[in-house]
Design a protein around this ligand. Structure first.
Ligand SMILES: [Zn+2]
Length: 123
């Protein structure tokens, strides 16, 4: 049922958006590195209450860095799927992933049902 030309367009479109995502991710992590440097220099001037806020901020930065590692891994996996011609096919059940989902979430490697199941299991 799938038309080869449509699949290729979708993969090309996804590859382009994945590279945008990757560039955004690189910019965001560069910004959070800068923010961390600023914290180091101003540490001596903080009240205890502000220090607690800084600890919270640092924790959030760490969490967002972990998230960006996760996202980077997803982007890489999606790019590999495009290269292998597996892109657009659910990695778990082998069903076609709806085009609308791929356009909304270019790094999606599983259909909504499998993704939901995986999240519930904590993967
Ligand atoms: Zn699936």
């Amino acid at each position: 049922m799938a038309v080869a030309a449509t699949d290729r367009d979708l993969a090309e479109d996804a590859a382009e958006r994945l590279s945008h995502l990757r560039a955004e991710l690189a910019r965001a992590s560069a910004r959070s590195d800068l923010a961390a440097d600023g914290d180091e220099r101003s540490d001596g001037h903080h009240h205890p209450a502000e220090a607690a806020t800084d600890a919270d901020l640092r924790e959030r930065q760490l969490a967002s860095q972990m998230k960006s590692h996760e996202l980077e891994a997803r982007i890489r996996a999606a790019e590999e799927a495009i290269a292998d011609g597996r892109y657009g096919t659910c990695a778990a059940c082998g069903e076609a992933i709806p085009e609308g989902r791929l356009r909304a979430v270019p790094d999606a490697l599983r259909c909504v049902a499998c993704e939901t199941r995986a999240r519930r299991l904590g993967h």
